[in-house]
Design a protein around this ligand. Structure first.
Ligand code: LLP
Length: 418
């Protein structure tokens, strides 16, 4: 459920008007409704209450320390893909023991860091990675719990950049290879330092159909059952993340109940295992908005360009994936809607938030909100064109808190040497 709605013609969340926030903190500004994140987390916990499970928030979606701190407080674990993300979790007070370390390119130093922190689980994606993990574990004299991320060769209808579960993708270990690797991990030095804990998959992101989840769960579950017959007992079934949200009218993500049913299909033995979930987007996207102001309205040829003070460096998803984000004026505007181009200030034609978007008349100075920006919004932002990154604000119980100050000019060359 989106946090942002109109009341008496002004866009607000928790009774706080976004125009007031834009004035107080400036734009571009990320605003997050932490209460809505809490509700989304609680809904996950309820949907999976019937079985042992652990929710590991995918930090890559939004790594703000205050957000991670709240999630840890609600009992969330974390899915991290770098030493930096692990450090963030720990800085925010999250326990590494409730975390999964995923990713195709873990370095030896990152493995050492995660071993020292006592990570719950390494999600391993290749044979050489498994070898390196065994070596690092031996060197540190600490057993490493691992799972293989299996590539179930399942196609999911999503943007090609974020589909990950097909044979042709760089992710995971092929079904055929996985069995041999589990058996290998039990022999010799590997057997001494590695402990097979899990089997899992992650087939992509922004998936709106439960069927590919069910198919992946079934395929990977069958492999789990085959391994069990050979004496490899896996305590955890990691179903990754990927549940999509409705960015656009007409998009219908499965309910959490339907998602839980899809993941429960296949392997009967999976029900006896701890289910591990790695949601990112579905926990935080709808709870966040990027506020911006109209700098200029420019008529050129047949087009009307609404030029904002936020650009693709602040919110990359439309440029990178052609992603749709609803654009809502901070004050409701009367007048006929017209199809306009909503663009940013960057020196790239690709710096556009929307093409031919029907919007009410907007003028310079008007504020707008780009909705559903709580996931992969700030996280993908950059200093391109030497633009300081936006500030972030959290709304909680009707109170407002700055959770990241706006970058200043000095931040632009922090660490550089003349
Ligand atoms: N687990 C693993 C191993 C992942 O790679 C991901 C996301 C997740 C969990 C969380 O997936 P989610 O629940 O958020 O769908 N930048 C793109 C999304 C990239 C997703 C990468 N992996 C976007 O803005 O749409």
């Amino acid at each position: 459920m989106r946090s942002f709605g109109y009341r008496r013609g002004v866009l607000q969340a928790q009774g706080i008007t976004l125009e007031a926030l834009a004035r107080r903190f400036g734009t571009p500004l990320y605003v997050y409704d932490f209460d809505a994140v809490g509700a989304a987390y609680a809904a996950y916990a309820r949907a999976f209450a019937g079985r042992e499970h652990r929710i590991c928030f995918a930090v890559k979606a939004n790594g703000n320390l205050a957000l991670l701190r709240r999630l840890a407080g609600w009992g969330s674990g974390f899915d991290v893909v770098s030493g930096g993300e692990l450090a963030r979790v720990r800085r925010a007070g999250g326990a590494a023991g409730g975390g999964v370390f995923s990713g195709v390119g873990k370095t030896a130093a990152e493995m050492d860091q995660a071993l020292a922190a006592g990570i719950l689980l390494f999600q391993v994606e290749s044979e050489p990675e498994l070898e390196l993990l065994a070596e690092r574990a031996a060197r540190r004299r600490r057993r490493a719990r691992f799972g293989l991320r299996v590539n179930p060769d399942v196609a999911a209808a999503t943007h090609p950049h974020i589909a990950t579960g097909e044979r042709g993708h760089k992710f995971g270990v092929a079904m055929e290879a996985a069995e041999r690797l589990y058996l290998r991990s039990r022999r010799g030095a590997m057997g001494r330092w590695l402990e097979a804990e899990a089997i899992g998959f992650h087939i992509g992101s922004q998936i709106l159909d439960p069927a590919p989840f069910a198919l992946a769960a079934r395929r990977v579950g069958e492999l789990g059952a085959a391994l069990e017959r050979q004496g490899v007992k896996l305590r955890t079934f990691d179903a990754g993340g990927g549940l999509g949200i409705a960015y656009e009218r007409g998009q219908r993500p499965p309910s959490l109940a339907a998602y839980a049913r899809a993941l429960g299909q296949g392997w009967a033995g999976a029900r006896e295992r701890r289910l591990l979930l790695e949601p990112g987007r579905s926990l935080v996207a709808a709870a966040g908005a990027l506020l911006a102001r109209v700098l200029y309205v420019k008529e050129q040829g047949k087009q009307t360009y609404v030029i904002l003070d936020a650009g693709a460096n602040d919110l990359l998803r439309p440029s990178l994936y052609g992603a749709y984000h609803e654009i809502a004026p901070l004050r409701r505007r009367a007048g006929r809607r017209r199809a306009v181009e909503v663009v940013g200030p960057l020196c790239e034609t690709g710096d556009a938030f929307a093409h031919a978007r029907p919007l009410p008349p907007l003028q310079a100075g008007d504020g707008v909100a780009l909705l559903d920006a709580g996931a992969y919004g700030f996280a993908l932002s950059s200093n391109y064109n030497a633009r300081p990154r936006a500030a972030e604000v959290a709304l909680e119980g009707g109170l407002t808190r700055l959770i990241r100050r706006r970058e200043g000019t000095q931040d632009l060359w922090n660490g550089e040497v003349v």
